[in-house]
Design a protein around this ligand. Structure first.
Ligand code: SIN
Length: 531
């Protein structure tokens, strides 16, 4: 089945939706999303969106905080650009109907780790859900946007792939997309293709990401020949709820921003030992501190204590977290919340320029799937929604200009060819490999790494990848198989980048190189597929 569109948008979080809303004024948009339109990491974001909006705050301070958290490898020009464009994108979000929490007439500003000022706009403790609600509503009203729910992209189609030759300048022509319900593959031809497919937390056994976060965009872009950067910088959120039945529910950093203290089981606070900002130190430091406390004392978790703020404040400021904890039998107004770190945010991704264009023409990437240079070695809390919104605007402006500047012809894109593939009767292969990857990534490529552990992980990935490729060509593609193939690729990219970086910086902590090496490694890691 063939479809033609001006803009193909893959993903339906803040990045994809805000791009689609702007692009739809200039052409037809096909928006492809794996599950329901609202099922994206944005929908689960709790803390908020960082931007300078108070008299006591300055762009310079926000820039400085981002650079400090980024551990010396942020691209300063990008940081300044994103910070300075923040207020405008917030105005756009408000125009599209997002309702941030107010305190009197002014917007209420909260604080999170690494921020020197209160600068985070939020909607209670469900900021992402509110942004998603407003953007989905706006998108649904738009005649120029067609939404394809339950559709998962299999692979990008490029000119080099269609013409079967290496091209000096490759161009993206669209994508093959699987309709998860009917099993049919649609071939989308698009003048502009946008990856807004989010992150890859599912590569790890423990993650607070939703199930859709399987690194599809990074894996597809890598297979298509785009440059991928800084994959070693996977951010572990320090505080997800520790409970046998909770699927890594996030306890927002805003809880610490509003005074919560990390403690051991016996009630001893410990962050003072690790950083002068204590519980509000940058995330990499807090996550490693918790990991160290758990290992030192043989505990399964640590605890977050906000009981001193009183029940009235806690229930009105954190209604969602309060209610969820209560469902698991924990009353956070009276007792400490058991927490552990979990994979949260991929700071690396598909390398893009300031217009969000990748090194494949007409292919753009924004949001968590992209590497812009903003986050460096460790993302400052609440900078991600900001980055996605800023880059959506930049990508859309650039893409529209590209369309205006040139009429371009399309080579005939062949339809999906399933060859002699048959239905698999061995789904256990998929689930076995899926579990194995996530487990060894957690154990060997987690918060603390070593050369030996990385080498072990790489050996296993290579074996698993051979098996997946064989399976992929022999059997009819399913959503599970596509996701497995993608998490294997992303795992390989994370390990490969971690093996390149022979130092400990930000989120990449390797016990064989415990120090920062500014002489050799004050730079990004890059990786590109050889054809
Ligand atoms: C949180 O609420 O702690 C997450 C915010 C973020 O990751 O930016």
């Amino acid at each position: 089945m063939k479809e033609k569109t001006d803009f193909l948008v893959i993903g339906s979080g803040i990045a994809g939706l805000s791009f689609a809303l702007q692009a739809a004024a200039h052409g037809r948009v096909a928006l492809v999303t794996k599950k329901d339109i609202s099922e994206s990491a944005t929908n689960y974001a709790q803390g908020g969106i960082a931007t300078v909006s108070s008299e006591e705050d300055t762009f310079d301070a926000h820039v400085q905080d981002t650079l400090v958290a980024g551990a010396g490898v942020c691209h300063e020009d990008v940081v300044r650009m994103v910070v300075e464009e923040g207020p405008q994108v917030i105005r756009n979000l408000i125009e599209w109907g997002v309702q941030f929490t107010k305190s009197g007439d002014a917007y209420d500003l909260t604080r999170e780790g690494g921020h020197s000022a209160r600068r985070i706009l939020h909607a209670e403790d469900i900021t992402g859900r509110e942004i998603e609600r407003a953007l989905v509503q706006a998108v649904l009203k738009h005649d120029n946007i067609t939404i394809y729910e339950d559709h998962i992209a299999i692979d990008l189609v490029t000119e080099a792939k269609v013409l079967k030759k290496n091209l000096e300048e490759n161009r993206c022509l669209g994508a093959h997309v699987l309709d998860r319900k009917s099993g049919e593959v649609r071939t989308f031809t698009a003048r502009i293709t946008l990856l807004a497919s989010g992150g890859a937390g599912k590569v790890y056994l423990y993650t607070c990401n939703p199930d859709v976060a399987t690194g599809d965009g990074v894996a597809m872009a890598y297979r298509a020949g785009a440059t991928i950067a800084n994959m070693e910088f996977m951010q572990f959120h320090p505080t997800t709820l520790y409970h046998p039945n909770a699927r890594s529910f996030l306890i927002s950093e805003a809880v610490r921003g509003e005074g919560a203290i990390l403690k051991r089981r016996d009630g001893t606070a410990f962050m003072e030992k690790y950083h002068h900002l204590k519980d509000l130190a940058p995330r990499d430091i807090v996550a490693r501190a918790i990991d160290n406390e758990m290992k030192t004392y043989g505990d399964d978790c640590v605890y977050l204590d906000i009981t001193h703020r009183g029940a009235e404040y806690i229930t009105s400021r954190f209604p969602n977290i309060y209610q969820t904890c209560l469902e698991y039998g924990i009353d956070m107004t009276k007792e400490m919340i058991p927490v552990v770190p979990a994979a949260h945010y991929l700071c690396g991704g598909v390398a893009v320029d300031k217009n969000a264009e990748t090194d494949i023409k007409h292919l753009y990437a924004i949001g968590e799937v992209a590497f812009t240079g903003l986050h460096g070695g460790n993302r400052l809390a609440s900078n991600s929604l900001l980055e996605a919104a800023v880059y959506a605007g930049r990508a859309y402006k650039h893409a529209v200009q590209v369309l205006k500047d040139g009429e371009f012809s399309f080579p005939q894109i062949p339809e999906w060819d399933a060859g002699t593939a048959t239905n698999s009767d061995e789904m256990v292969v998929v689930s076995q490999n899926w579990d194995e990857i996530r487990r060894f990534m957690w154990n060997y490529v987690g918060i603390v790494r070593s050369d030996k552990r990385l080498a072990r992980a790489m050996r296993r990935i290579e074996l698993i990848q051979d098996e997946i490729e064989e399976y992929y060509w022999n059997f009819i593609v399913t959503s599970d198989l596509i996701e497995l193939r993608n998490i294997a690729t992303v795992a390989q990219l994370i390990v490969a980048c971690a093996q390149m970086r022979k130092e400990s910086r930000g989120l990449n902590y390797n016990i064989d190189y415990p120090g920062v090496d500014d002489v050799n490694w004050k730079c990004d890691t890059h990786i590109k597929k050889k054809f």
